[in-house]
Design a protein around this ligand. Sequence first.
Ligand SMILES: Nc1nc2c(c(=O)[nH]1)N[C@@H](CN(C=O)c1ccc(C(=O)N[C@@H](CCC(=O)O)C(=O)O)cc1)CN2
Ligand SMILES: [Mg+2]
Length: 296
Amino acid sequence: MTARLIDGDAISRRIREELAVRVRRLRARSGVVPGLAVLLAGDDPASHVYVRNKQRACARAGISSVRYDLPATVTTAELVELIGNLNHRDDVHGILVQLPLPPQVQVRRVLEAIDMGKDVDGFHPANVGGVVVGEPLFPPCTPSGVLELLAHEDIEVAGRNVVVVGASNIVGKPLSLMLVNHDATVSICHAKTRDLAQFTRLADILVVAAGVPGLVTADMVREGAVVIDVGINREPGSRRIVGDVDFEGVRRKASYLTPVPGGVGPMTVTMLLQNTVTAAERSHSAAVDRQMSHPA
Ligand SMILES: Nc1nc2c(c(=O)[nH]1)N[C@@H](CN(C=O)c1ccc(C(=O)N[C@@H](CCC(=O)O)C(=O)O)cc1)CN2
Ligand SMILES: [Mg+2]
């Protein structure tokens, strides 16, 4: 069997075109332009690339974005203060703090400072709680991107065995809960799981988000399984990016496979744009409601 590749770039393009239409409609009826504030601390080269890609994607969709470049020495208090100011700005509908943050910063406190209604990354603990009960205000971007890819290919998750390798706060844990909420039978593993292959071989759908290049090889995959590779690993000394899955080997065994690059990565950015447009639409609707109940 040779896997069908799930083209995250092409699926993203289509969704981004639809988002650009929503942005134009909102602007035409209300004058509101969705606005995203992006906070970037330090000089991690990959983070700079991701932020640049996000801002470029915003511009193409008609979303305005403003970037705050903060030194690697930034403190938790400084970030919390900046977020407090952005929370009060009417032209900022979404606030994104690029992760990872420098080691001295208390990530939890920073994420908790973001107004829930502007938490377009879905990282605020209240949004994480929303994921648990199946109603997040904003679903986290990479997990919702994975679900979009599956839905786009008409891959049913209800009743299927899904194995998620990697239990990070931003991908593995929320994605597992979102899959449970779609009636999947979910096992969560780690790169360290003893005899990982005995679990991965049970998967109808295998999601790998462990950050370990080439962790999953063909012998670990059931014939005909759907394999979603969330890994983004830079090969030392090269600009090449590889996933967590041995692409060539697994491609001969799986029914569907996401490439790296061009699979889940672009969907993360697309879901961020989607959440930002939703935030702006909600903020406008709330303003209209206030106006109706307290006319000037
Ligand atoms: N605040 C956040 N921080 C981080 C997130 C996040 O969703 N919110 N996720 C990752 C990084 N990330 C977005 O920030 C991200 C990573 C990769 C891609 C992507 O499109 N990758 C491309 C390859 C890009 C390249 O050349 O490097 C692909 O896979 O095709 C998008 C977003 C951690 N931090
Ligand atoms: Mg990602």
